[in-house]
Structures are given as structure tokens and as C-alpha cells.
Design a protein around this ligand. Structure first.
Ligand code: AMP
Ligand code: MG
Length: 420
């Protein structure tokens, strides 16, 4: 057996980082930038008002309350050059260019207009710069707005749009082939012939990939026939950047992923027994130096856990991510999470929820056998149980959060919030 860390390092270090390509901003969410991005412009491009009110010179209202004649009115988008004379005010709306000569804006709520709007009474003295947004106060021309290696968020895309870009250089996202192996596998409705089961792994793996933003190539179910599998792998080498298979990597007679990868790659195929449960066996090879093939185990929970522990970090590396391994969070076990010492790390399917004080709690979501996919579906996290006798109720436990969207909340579901 080898450790999780050793197996993961072996897999990740053998995977290539994909090259950069320009992408339309509209399609770049979650992509990783190749190089730093600098702004050639100031944002905002001109000094502008942060409020609806009156632009003025702060020194003219030092003795407030003060009455000033209203010389003009400027709206957002107004392209005129408006100058503010000494002792004057200009009516101004949020986002409008600050008139030349003005250095502050008095919010409309602290003013009274008089003489049918021809003059305004400013109630309070203001400091210079009040309610003024200077040119470049969000983004200064020449500054770095997005460092290399950034994972583009919605706000990043907004920043790039604001500096006038419509495309961005990002690492290509890996196109990932998915196939299930097994003579016993079928899919879809209808009665099953004796000995057959339905494929549960492909739907899970394809959904995980889609959620991570990787294009998926569905390569279907491959029977336990080495020639057929070999052709499928060769097809993947033509159209995919990586291939993820399930089944056929243990010690059975028909464990063909192991057998075919050994045939195709010789000693460059690593068949590992990783010190984890579930998901002990893993086959891994990089075909022709360019197509990483991850042979995940066949049991449905094992293939999902193996994806999280090995395939996800490998694909993240290919997509240019710098942080490959998901950080664990600390939670409290609400019940005992027992296990036997056997040299392995256990990944227990748990449901995590947040209590009223913001702390995480977990309890098992159901049966822990590696074929029990339902308990996986009812889980939103994996509790990491190091070798030993487990974790007792009330004790801290590290978890890998799998599904933040389904993070539970302890206590009554619909709490009423009382506003102060
Ligand atoms: P294997 O490693 O191919 O022997 O598979 C281990 C176990 O997982 C066997 O019971 C298989 O029938 C089952 N299995 C393999 N692939 C799948 C799949 N795609 N969906 C559901 N069960 C599977
Ligand atoms: Mg099989």
C-alpha cells in the first residue's frame, strides 16, 4: 500500500499544464489566467460624483449654512465640459463628471433649493473630496488588476470588462473522456437481464466534471473486452486531454483497465493500492506522454471518492490551477464515527450542517459500504478519519466539503429574523 499523498503526488506531477488560449469573457468564468493583466485605463476615467446633490468648492461653504447660485446641472453621461465658477454650485447626479473647479459634492438631503432652483442653501461645511470619486480610484492605469494564476470569478470578469477587454488569456480547460467498464453494465429503463446492473458511475463522474466546468466526452459503457477498451483509449487519445474510467482495476480476472493499460504503457502504468477506504485501487498512466488516464475503481462510492482525491487535483493542474487540493474544514462529530485501525485513512460519508453559532457539525449520512451510493447522495461531505479507532461524539473531525450548496443548517428550518 502507498499513502494517499504519495499516490496523489505521483498522479499530479505526471499531468501536464495545458497551454494558454484567448477566451471570450463570457466563457471564461472559472478559468485560470496565464499572465498578469494590467489596465491601460483609469476606472473611473474621470472624477465623478458619488451622490445626487450639488458640486461646489469646499472653501465656499466653510461658513455654512451658505446660499450659492446654481450655475448648471449635470447628469451621468453628460459629455460637456462644465466649469464651476467661484462661489457657485452645480446640480449633479451620481456618476456625472465633476465640473472643473469643484472639489466636493453636498448630498441633496443636506441642501434646500430656493428661487425656483436658481439657488441652493448648503446646510453643512464639507471637507474637500467629500462624495467625489477620483479618476482611477477603483483601478489606476498601469496597475495589475488580475495576477497570473487567478481563478476568474464573476467580479473579475466585471473588472476585465470595465478596462475594455472582451477576451482573456487563460489555460485551456481539459476535455475529459468518461467511460464505464463492465460486462454487467446497462443503462436506462426496462427490465435488467439476470446478472446485469445499471451504470451508476458515468452519471456521477460526468456531473462532477460538468460542475467543475470541464467539457465532457461521454464514451459510454465498454465491455470487459481488452480489444474494445484499447480502441476506446486510442479514440480518447485523439479527442480528449484526459480519460477517466471506472471499474476493472482490482485483482479480478477481468480487470481489464489494469491489463490493457499495462499492455499499452508497460512500466509507465502505475497500479496502486492506496491506503484509503473506500477507493483503494487506482490505475494511472500517461499515454504517449500526453493523455493522462485515471482508472478509478468500479464501486460507485469508490469511483466518486477516487475522483475527488485523484482526478480532481490532476485536472485542476491541467487547467492551470495553483491550488490543487481542497482544504479540509474542521467540524464537530455529533455521533461516534468508529473505525478499526488498519493503516488506512477512511473517508466517511457525512451530512454537514452549520449550527446557530456558525460551527460545523457532522453525522453519517447512511451505510458506509462502497456500493451504497444512496448514502453518498444523502451526504454533502466526507469526514477524514485517520488510522486509529475513529472519532468520538463531540470531538473535532476534519471534513472535505463536497457540496457547499447543500450545506445544512441546524435548528428550525425557517428562522425568523428580527431587525433591530
Ligand atoms: P470492478 O472493479 O470492475 O470489479 O467493479 C467493482 C464493483 O463495482 C462490481 O460489483 C461492479 O459490478 C461494480 N461496478 C463497476 N462499475 C460500475 C458502474 N459503472 N456502476 C455501478 N456499479 C459498478
Ligand atoms: Mg468490472
Amino acid at each position: 500500500m502507498i499513502s494517499l499523498e504519495e499516490a496523489r503526488d505521483l498522479v499530479v506531477s505526471a499531468c501536464p499544464v495545458l497551454e494558454g488560449e484567448p477566451r471570450a469573457l463570457r466563457a471564461a468564468l472559472g478559468c485560470v489566467t496565464v499572465a498578469p493583466i494590467l489596465s491601460s485605463e483609469d476606472v473611473p476615467p474621470f472624477a465623478t460624483s458619488a451622490m445626487d446633490g450639488f458640486a461646489l468648492r469646499a472653501e465656499d461653504v466653510a461658513g455654512a449654512p451658505v446660499r450659492l447660485p446654481v450655475a448648471d446641472s449635470v447628469m451621468a453621461g453628460d459629455g460637456r465640459r462644465v466649469a464651476l465658477g467661484e462661489g457657485q454650485a452645480v446640480r449633479i447626479m451620481t456618476g456625472a463628471p465633476l465640473p472643473e473647479g469643484a472639489d466636493a459634492v453636498c448630498m441633496v438631503e443636506r441642501t434646500r433649493t430656493d428661487d425656483d432652483g436658481r439657488s441652493v442653501i448648503i446646510e453643512d461645511a464639507l471637507g474637500a473630496g467629500t462624495a467625489v470619486r477620483l479618476a482611477g480610484s477603483d483601478i489606476a492605469a498601469g496597475s495589475e488588476v488580475v495576477p497570473a494564476g487567478s481563478v476568474l470569478s464573476p467580479a473579475h470578469l466585471g473588472v476585465l470588462a470595465r478596462i475594455g477587454l472582451d477576451a482573456v488569456l487563460v489555460h485551456r480547460t481539459p476535455r475529459v473522456g468518461i467511460l464505464s467498464t463492465g460486462d454487467e453494465l446497462r443503462e436506462g429503463p426496462g427490465s435488467l437481464p439476470r446478472g446485469a446492473i445499471r451504470d451508476g458511475n458515468r452519471p456521477v463522474l460526468m456531473a462532477l466534471l460538468e460542475r467543475a466546468g470541464y467539457p465532457v466526452v461521454d464514451m459510454g459503457i465498454v465491455p470487459d473486452d481488452p480489444a474494445v477498451l484499447r480502441r476506446a483509449i486510442e479514440r480518447a487519445a485523439e479527442g480528449c486531454d484526459a480519460l477517466v474510467t471506472s471499474g476493472g482495476v482490482s485483482v479480478g480476472d477481468l480487470d481489464i483497465v489494469r491489463i490493457v493499460l499495462r499492455d499499452m504503457c508497460g512500466d509507465a502504468m502505475h497500479w496502486m493500492q492506496v491506503a484509503i477506504r473506500p477507493a483503494k485501487p487506482l490505475a494511472f498512466a500517461v499515454l504517449d506522454g500526453r493523455l493522462p488516464v485515471l482508472g478509478l475503481p468500479g464501486n460507485p462510492v469508490s469511483s466518486l471518492v477516487s475522483f475527488e482525491l485523484f482526478a480532481r487535483p490532476a485536472l485542476r493542474k491541467m487547467a492551470g490551477h495553483r491550488q490543487l487540493i481542497q482544504p479540509t474544514l474542521s467540524a464537530i462529530a455529533d455521533v461516534d464515527l468508529p473505525r478499526e485501525p488498519d493503516g488506512k485513512t477512511y473517508f466517511t460519508r457525512v451530512f454537514a450542517e452549520v449550527d446557530r453559532t456558525g460551527h460545523l457539525h457532522v453525522r453519517p449520512s447512511g451505510g458506509q459500504d462502497s456500493h451504497q451510493l444512496l448514502a453518498m447522495a444523502q451526504a454533502n461531505a466526507l469526514a477524514v478519519l485517520p488510522d486509529g479507532t475513529g472519532v468520538g461524539a463531540g470531538e473535532p473531525v476534519e471534513i472535505l466539503l463536497l457540496d457547499g450548496d447543500r450545506l445544512g443548517r441546524a435548528g428550525p428550518a425557517a428562522q425568523t429574523t428580527t431587525l433591530p
